[in-house]
Write a protein that binds this ligand. Structure first.
Ligand code: CP
Length: 304
């Protein structure tokens, strides 16, 4: 039985196979409409979510399966003190696979150790968000045609942004990838990730000004400054509007540069950018369903 805690749990070859399956699902949805007949997914969400929870549920329904779960700690027995280990033992009796989001780093890993069913990390605190990364990789590969030889700008909260951490780790395995890390000093990428980049000999630079990076990028990955990760309101208020991507800034970028965002966005991308053909963050959401369908099929080891 396999779980997914980090994008690195899949080898590059396994990832390639998964993305190919996701593209096949995209183009031939009818072929997969009954692959999960009789199967259930439990979505165990201790932290708010729109995309991740609903896309897991849509993915399972598109495959012919059913869904059950909870969308907040308050509406589960966690509110009475039940541990994640006991909760997953219960879910193992009700479902065939589970997706868990939790504000504490490592909680899905703890759950996986007590589980009789595959557990997917659907985001753990400021640590990892592997299925967002699968979504990002499918989007990039589908729209750019490759995952190698790309200059990728990551902008915003690079310190607490779990989507950023997972994406850097995943893209670091491809040849010719370079990172431009765009953040205020207080929200820089954690040192352990920079050390990994240095150890692998991957080119990166850290800059504060988005304008400086834009002309060089193949991809811009915008992120939200996350209020829920700050210990004091004052720091959040000071940094929340540090970056705002608008039409004027988009003019500094090349015609082929794609803008991705894991969403939700607050102010960091002006709505006037939404109609720019380079803005692909809503297409990215659709890819998230295909790749989660492919992941469910893969972890359940179903014949397709
Ligand atoms: N991208 C993402 O994780 O969105 P949600 O928090 O809405 O699930």
């Amino acid at each position: 039985m396999r779980h997914l805690m980090s994008p690195l749990d899949l080898s590059v070859e396994e990832l390639e196979k998964l993305l190919n399956l996701a593209n096949d699902i995209e183009h031939n949805p009818d072929k997969y409409a009954h692959v999960c007949d009789g199967k259930r997914i439990a979505t165990l969400f201790y932290e708010p979510s729109t995309r991740t929870r609903l896309s897991f549920e849509a993915a399972m329904m598109n495959l012919g399966g059913k869904v059950l779960g909870f969308s907040s700690a308050a509406s589960s027995s966690a509110a009475k003190g039940e541990s994640v280990a006991d909760t997953i033992r219960m879910a193992s009796c009700y479902a065939d696979i589970a997706a868990m989001r939790h504000p504490k780093e490592g909680a899905p890993l703890v759950a996986s150790m007590a589980s009789r069913i595959p557990v997917i990390n659907a985001g753990d605190g400021g640590h990892q968000h592997p299925t967002q990364t699968l979504t990002d990789l499918l989007t990039i590969r589908s729209l750019k045609g490759r995952l190698d030889h790309l200059v990728i700008g990551l902008c915003g909260d690079l310190k607490f942004g779990r989507t950023v951490h997972s994406l850097i780790e995943a893209l670091s395995r491809y040849e010719g990838v370079e990172f431009i890390l765009i953040s205020p000093e207080e929200l820089r990428v954690p040192d352990y990730i920079l050390e990994e980049l240095r150890a692998k000999g991957i080119k990166y630079k850290e800059v504060v000004r988005l304008e400086e990076a834009l002309p060089d990028l193949d991809l811009l990955y915008m992120t939200r400054v996350q209020k829920e990760r700050f210990f004091n309101e004052e720091d959040y208020v000071r940094m929340k509007d540090f970056y705002i991507l608008d039409k004027a800034k988009m003019e500094l970028a090349g015609p082929e540069m794609l803008v991705l965002h894991p969403l939700p966005r607050v102010n960091e991308i002006s709505v006037e950018v939404d109609n720019d053909p380079r803005a692909v963050y809503f297409q990215q959401v659709q890819y998230g369903v295909y790749v989660r369908m492919a992941l469910i099929v893969t972890l359940l080891e179903l014949e397709v």
